[in-house]
Design a protein around this ligand. Structure first.
Ligand SMILES: NC(=O)c1ccc[n+]([C@@H]2O[C@H](COP(=O)([O-])OP(=O)(O)OC[C@H]3O[C@@H](n4cnc5c(N)ncnc54)[C@H](O)[C@@H]3O)[C@@H](O)[C@H]2O)c1
Length: 306
């Protein structure tokens, strides 16, 4: 008996990297898993049946799984993914919105297509796949459901060359906060996960950091790959995760942490239109208040070895 026994989980982008490891871990904990994957390359071009390999792996280990090859970036695709869960297992409890691509360019060189595609797969993809599940939760009063979205440090803190990706990932954090509010009364938790793992998406960065070649980076190292993320997401998806909602959890490569939420540091009010001379004092004092807060946060974020 695993912590997800009796649950039906959908993992988008479950054919590679973090998604693959989450699908395998969910199944090893007793979930019936829909492995969705369009099967394209890192930049989203092409298609393949890579989801079949993960389904075969789950079945070979004695688990239950079904493949889906739809794109998360269309409404039809989102509906198709939900329908696969219904056709194969007659229910749905857990959705992990993990599918993703990269089209990195600086603002000077980015094309409209590169912008649109990344926003479509990541941000619109979260909407397309979540909506049929949310409607099902409401219509059937399905209790204790989970939605785990995939954000990124790139969206939360910013990263050079990724205005499209970081916009989508920051949007996903906002989507998470609002969906958590909308689904609260049904007992569904909605959280965002900010991962760090060695996958084909990050292999070039790992190679650059280690001074090696991208094609020689080991994507199956259990200490650095998606393996390091799957237990955290499984925990959130299990009954233990009840009541945790609207949060941004960060983890991978041996770390787990929680990100702060946007909040007001200092607020001044007036009953007239601000005079520039007033702002000369107030705006620097706002930044002083923020600096004190940032220093306390930085102290709390120093890693604690366990
Ligand atoms: N690896 C990291 O360190 C890291 C850091 C921050 C965020 N992320 C996010 O984690 C998630 C997983 O990334 P990964 O590193 O495992 O990458 P990956 O490339 O190994 O896996 C992504 C999977 O999504 C699939 N996919 C892409 N477009 C799709 C579509 N339209 N429909 C269905 N499937 C589609 C791909 O085929 C691929 O199998 C992504 O959302 C990524 O942005 C990863």
């Amino acid at each position: 008996m695993g912590v997800l026994t009796g649950k039906v989980a959908v993992v988008t982008g479950g054919g590679n990297g973090i998604g693959r490891q989450m699908a395998l871990h969910f199944a090893s904990e007793g979930a019936k898993v829909v492995v969705n994957d369009l099967g394209g390359t890192r930049d989203g071009s092409g298609t393949s049946r890579v989801a079949d390999e993960v389904v075969a792996e789950i079945k070979a280990a004695g688990g239950e799984a079904a493949a889906n090859y739809d794109s998360v970036a269309t409404m039809e695709g989102g509906l198709g993914i939900f329908q696969t869960a219904m056709d194969a297992f007659g229910a749905m409890d857990i959705l992990v919105n993990n599918a993703g691509i990269l089209r990195d360019k600086t603002i000077f060189k980015m094309t409209e297509q590169e912008w649109d595609l990344v926003i479509a797969v990541h941000l619109k993809g979260h909407f397309c796949v979540s909506q049929p599940f949310a409607r099902y939760i409401r219509e059937t009063n399905r209790p204790d459901c989970r939605i785990i979205n995939f954000t990124s440090i790139s969206g939360l803190l910013g990263n050079f060359g990724q205005t499209n990706y970081s916009s989508a990932k920051a949007g996903i954090a906002g989507f998470t906060r609002t969906l958590a509010i909308e689904l609260k009364k049904y007992g569904t938790t909605v959280n965002a996960f900010s991962p760090v793992a060695t996958t084909r998406m990050t292999a070039d960065l790992v190679a650059a950091a280690e001074g090696g070649k991208e094609e020689e980076v080991d994507l199956d190292d259990p200490m650095t790959g998606g393996h390091t993320i799957s237990p955290i997401v499984t925990w959130l998806a299990s009954d233990k995760g009840a009541g945790i909602t609207g949060q941004v959890i960060h983890g991978g490569r041996g770390s787990v942490g929680i990100m702060s939420q946007n909040q007001m540091f200092k607020l001044y009010e007036t009953d007239h239109v601000w005079e520039l001379s007033e702002l000369d004092k107030l705006i620097p004092s706002m930044f002083e208040a923020k600096a004190v807060h940032d220093a306390a946060v930085a102290e709390g974020a120093a890693p604690v070895k366990v």
